[in-house]
Design a protein around this ligand. Structure first.
Ligand code: AP5
Ligand code: MG
Length: 211
């Protein structure tokens, strides 16, 4: 099964992708993670991406689409994958439809007022795990791998406000795009714990898989 994970910044795309990968073995492809790895590695792509990410804007489509197209040409995706953070506008969604077959768009719906706190309180690990300060009890290392937790550079209130604005204007229209294709599956990401949200996702996905 090939899934597009849709949701505002802080909706829980990365959190749920990690659980989905553990449960179903889907490959997790996050364009944000790919850009951050390129920034860390000082590559040309990283240099281009950094200014956009710091400003809470989208990295240009031609850069982003090429990255995803190349990643989806690799063999390991044959048993199913999740695209986390791609597509992020209508152009990217239409491009994706030219080189991939998407089965489901999993839309994690979270009330806007929860997002700022979730992101500004987030601490991440280089292994991909993410946490929130409210549940860390002062821990500064990753429960999964022991790595040191840190705050993402774009997780400051100013950049987050710009990211939320970009989401509303450019990404939210994709909800209707996938609805029109009959592929939209919406879950409530603001009500329960990450495990509670995952239970809703699993119930809905298992129903689809059984069909
Ligand atoms: P990206 O890395 O994709 O960031 P984002 O979309 O802003 O989303 P986040 O990673 O911030 O949130 P998330 O939904 O993964 O939430 P998480 O699970 O961590 O993109 C970064 C930048 O890269 C973009 O701004 C753009 O510049 C660029 N970019 C990326 N893709 C691009 C593209 N396709 N085109 C152009 N540019 C692109 O959870 C958040 C917090 O909430 C955590 O602390 C977590 O512990 C907590 N939490 C999660 N679930 C729950 C719950 N149920 N209850 C309570 N707390 C919860
Ligand atoms: Mg994420």
């Amino acid at each position: 099964m090939n899934i597009v994970l849709l949701g505002a910044p802080g909706a829980g795309k990365g959190t749920q992708a990690s659980k989905l990968a553990a449960e179903y073995g889907f490959i997790h492809i996050s364009t944000g993670d790919i850009f951050r790895a390129n920034i860390k590695g000082g590559t040309e792509i990283g240099k281009v991406a950094k200014s956009y990410i710091d400003a809470g804007k989208l990295v240009p489509d031609e850069v982003t689409c090429d990255i995803v197209k190349n990643r989806l040409a690799e063999k390991d995706i044959a048993s199913g994958y999740m695209l986390d953070g791609f597509p992020r506008n209508l152009f990217q969604a239409r491009e994706l439809d030219k080189f991939a077959r998407i089965d489901v768009c999993l839309n994690i719906d979270v009330p806007k007022e929860l997002l700022m706190d979730r992101i500004c309180g987030r601490r991440v690990c280089a292994c991909g795990e993410s946490y929130h300060v409210s549940t860390l009890n002062g821990a500064t290392t990753c429960a999964k791998c022991g790595g040191k937790l840190y705050r993402r550079d774009d997780d400051n209130p100013e950049t987050v406000a710009a990211r939320l604005d970009t989401y509303e204007k450019q990404t939210a229209p994709l909800i209707d795009y996938y609805k029109a294709q009959g592929k939209l599956l919406t879950v409530h990401g603001g009500k329960g714990s990450p495990d509670g949200v995952f239970a809703e996702i699993k119930a809905k996905l298992d129903k689809l898989i059984a069909k």
